[in-house]
Design a protein around this ligand. Sequence first.
Ligand SMILES: Cc1ncc(COP(=O)(O)O)c(C=O)c1O
Length: 415
Amino acid sequence: MDIEVNRVLNKNMLTENDLDLRKSGRDFEIDKVMKFQDTRDVIQRLNPDEPYYLFSAERLQKRAGLFLQHFPGEVSFAVKSNPNPMVIRTLYDAGVKRFDVASFNEIAHISSICPEAKLHFNNPIKWKQSIIDSYYDYGVRSFVVDDMVGLQQILKHCSEREPLADNSLEITVRFTLPKGDAAYYFGSKFGATPVEAVEILKAVKAAKQRCSITFHPGSQCTDPTSYASYIGMAAKIAEDARAEIAMLNVGGGFPIGYDNYQIEPLEQFFTTIKTAFAQTTLAKQAEPAILLCEPGRAMVADCVSLLTQVIHKRDNGTIFLNDGVYGSFQEQLIVKLDYPITCWRGAERIEEAVVDTAVFGPTCDPVDQLGTMPLPASLQEGDWVEFDLMGAYSGVTATHFNGYVIPEYLLLQAQ
Ligand SMILES: Cc1ncc(COP(=O)(O)O)c(C=O)c1O
């Protein structure tokens, strides 16, 4: 294996050194990554004593296809959920050409991998220099705001060198939602009230820029009808502002079938969204609004599993793994997500009855607890525990706390 290329490919974000490598033609080609047939093959060939992410480009292509073929509008990808270069490149090649970026570094990152991608700078909170650099250096013309301060910032910084031409910016007003059934509630941090949103839209219109509107239902939103009611709210805000809407962005929030969730198929969400949208004035404008979604979790969760190893077992049965809440399981501190589990001894699956087992991460810190998991009673030091559905918000939020590694990506590819 080419160690240097592998090192670069497995990073979650690019560094300047990586960009130099890219310029020199050492591109992020999937062909250059070490490939394995399946988990068994990884165990047999690597005997890994550090955690690894096992990435299936094929699964990601399928997922992208599901969104692209069945969502009744445009599809953007929320980069924050997984910025790994292989993931981004795979999505782009599969047909996802829009990306929701939350910071200047994400803009530079995506532009270095797919320079033609359309970027939506959708974090309502933006640092002055990030607006200037994204507008002038990267041609970003789509920004989200959720208050008048944010709108004035955009109008000011995008006209620093020359006056803004009419309709050159797409300014998307994000409004807040009532607390729903999603695992995360975003309303305590983001979103104008409907009344404020009307005023902001009027100000966008007065500034002669394109008006768009958005909401985020909260991550892991399990009720398709929530989207329908939020779409109705968006239309009412647009009507009250008497604004022609260029785009309605229904956010991410689409759920994944973790073991502790019963979820409807994504198609059910898409049909509900399509029907709800068709009933609004947004679909009946002279130029109907473009409908857009920007999934993170539902796009990438199922293309990555995490292979961990048991590093210690106490006499009372408690298990310690080589990854924990300071690594791939940061979300466990906030919400309970039961990842599907497969256990391995050598290259064989352990097919035994499971018992509730207390599981901890490896660091010297009491917060590093993964709770109780159903694991085989015979599980022992040196066995592997593979967690599925680990592609979203795992590697990108992992830390080096206590000197532990952030797992690298390996490519699974059936031959
Ligand atoms: C603006 C925005 N869009 C999309 C997403 C992706 O959400 P999810 O991962 O729930 O699909 C997020 C997540 O934080 C977000 O902040």
